[in-house]
Ligand binder design. Structure first.
Ligand SMILES: [Zn+2]
Length: 131
């Protein structure tokens, strides 16, 4: 059985955009709509109804009545959602994604290391009764 449709392909990039989609929650917390950047073949899957635009779940068949995961009414709503939200194609050819994603990994490693060091420092201080 061909299960390739099930394969989860992550977005190339997820950015927070601070524009008119910003929503303020009671208590002053701000939520933004993330902007996803997808490889072209994944954009086609959203456009063709093979992937839920609401929760990003791949679908076995195009345009199910509702998403198999989040129950989003794909058949009646997704085409309109896509038309409204699709931001167009960007030329990413000049960006070296491997290098860029490697850079993100590197940054995450450093942040984890910093967090670890910070934790150790706190534990040391606590042992000494300083915190
Ligand atoms: Zn869904």
């Amino acid at each position: 059985m061909d299960e390739r449709w099930r394969k989860w392909v992550p977005p190339l990039l997820v950015e927070e955009v601070f524009d008119d989609q910003v929503v303020w929650l009671p208590g002053g917390r701000m939520v933004t709509a993330p902007r996803f950047t997808w490889p072209p073949e994944q954009i086609e899957r959203f456009r063709a109804g093979y992937r839920c635009i609401n929760c990003l779940e791949p679908q076995e068949h195009a345009w199910p009545e509702r998403c198999s995961l989040c129950r989003y009414p794909m058949r009646s709503r997704q085409a309109e959602f896509f038309a409204r939200e699709f931001g167009g194609e960007k030329l990413l050819a000049r960006r070296d994604w491997a290098e860029e994603l490697g850079g993100l990994d590197e940054r995450r490693r450093k942040e984890e290391e910093r967090a670890r060091n910070h934790g150790q420092q706190r534990r040391r201080l606590r042992r000494r009764g300083a915190v």
